[in-house]
Ligand binder design. Structure first.
Ligand code: ATP
Ligand code: MG
Length: 362
């Protein structure tokens, strides 16, 4: 059955449009070759550039487009010298997280042998884990609204039962799906600092309740400091890691580092009814407009989108295409030709993207 999926597209700022255009081209080719589904793209204007032009950073129509879509694809938004009059950054992607209740930030960290990584991988070992970062509360809850006097400053760390339950349910669901697809060990690790903070003991106790519902999966705990150490010393032992907002912020950059940099790090922000797929990197204004940005994190985010759509709509054609797209990027990075400058090559955005398309169609 030919099924149509609506995708809202935020082209964004800086290198955003440069990496989105070839990504959409790849998605068009993929879906064009697969009779079991179609993708319909709708542009959603927003961001710093849009604000500079129109005085609006996130038009209501674009939020509506996002709300009505089956999935949201976003490149990067924000520019250092375009800000609101009070000096705050323009970041519709953070507004989206709040407005659509996207509580789970999903950051896959995957390195197969031959791929770029600063670590020396022991023979036969691959890094393949997923970090889930709670994205609506934690230490980011008071973002911009902490209390500061001349003598002291305070921020609030908020952990709620409601969000934590949704977060852990999602984490165990993901571990189950990974195990079913032969990729994971069926293991979820709660990353916290429960030995010092009562808020994290609370977080952990909610994790344990969800863990008890999944006797078929392994569940354990790790302190965040030890996790940072193990991510460098034995990252191949992890499967699904789930953690608070601030810890997740830091560990996901460490994860991107393991993959050889931000240019290869995709992400998803997932809620109960909506999901946004975007690279971990920002709009990179320092290299915008030169055709040299690495499109791989964007393409890998699009691959995650296909896999997620396939999963929630029980559509194996979509999941398979997502997997093929991810493997095509892995093949090109392992092969080492047509890499952009951040990965040590000399290729431009278009050539790097074209080699992914070639790998796909080969
Ligand atoms: P944000 O605050 O939006 O996260 P940031 O300040 O962390 O942004 P990025 O825009 O992510 O910064 O860029 C950090 C560095 O990485 C910059 O030097 C940028 O040029 C480089 N960079 C980021 N994305 C890419 C990419 N896709 N290809 C090549 N270089 C990139
Ligand atoms: Mg950043």
């Amino acid at each position: 059955m030919n099924k149509m999926y609506d995708v809202a597209v935020f082209h964004g700022d800086g290198i955003g449009p440069e990496i989105m255009t070839p990504t959409l081209e790849i998605l068009r080719q993929l879906s064009g070759n697969n009779p079991s589904y179609e993708l319909a793209f709708t542009d959603a204007p927003a961001g710093a550039g849009h604000y500079a032009k129109t005085g609006e950073s996130f038009p209501a129509g674009s939020l509506e487009t996002a709300r009505n879509a089956d999935a949201i694809l976003l490149s990067a938004m924000g520019l250092p010298d375009v800000r609101y009059p009070d000096g705050t950054e323009i970041s519709p992607q953070i507004d989206l997280r709040k407005k659509l209740g996207l509580f789970a930030g999903v950051r896959p960290v995957k390195v197969s042998s031959g791929q770029m990584t600063p670590l020396a991988l022991p023979p036969g070992k691959e890094i393949d884990f997923v970090l889930i970062r709670e994205s609506t509360e934690g230490l980011f809850f008071t973002q911009g609204a902490g209390e500061v006097t001349e003598h002291e400053a305070r921020e609030t760390l908020l952990i709620t039962r409601e969000v934590s339950e949704k977060l852990f349910r999602f984490a165990f669901e993901l571990a189950k799906n990974r195990k079913a697809s032969g990729r994971g060990q069926g293991r979820v690790t709660c990353v916290d600092k429960a030995n010092v903070f009562r808020a994290f003991a609370f977080f952990r106790s909610i994790f344990d309740v969800e863990a008890a519902r999944h006797p078929d999966l392994k569940a354990d705990h790790a302190y965040v400091d030890a996790t940072a150490l193990w991510m460098v010393q034995k990252p191949w032992e992890f499967d699904v890691l789930v953690t608070e907002n601030m810890f997740g912020d830091i560990l996901s950059d460490l994860g991107a580092g393991l993959m050889g940099g931000l240019g290869l790090a995709p992400s998803a922000d997932i809620g109960l009814n909506h999901a946004v797929f975007q690279p971990c990197h920002g709009s990179a204004p320092d290299i915008a407009g030169r055709g040299i940005a690495n499109p791989f994190a964007m393409i890998l985010s699009a691959a995650m989108m296909l896999e997620w759509l396939g999963l929630i709509h029980d559509h194996t054609g979509l999941s398979n295409d997502g997997e093929r797209l991810r493997e095509a990027v892995e093949e090109v990075t392992a092969n080492g030709q047509n890499l952009t400058r951040d990965l040590g090559g000399t290729a431009g955005t278009q050539d790097a993207a074209s080699s992914v398309l070639e790998a796909l169609l080969a």
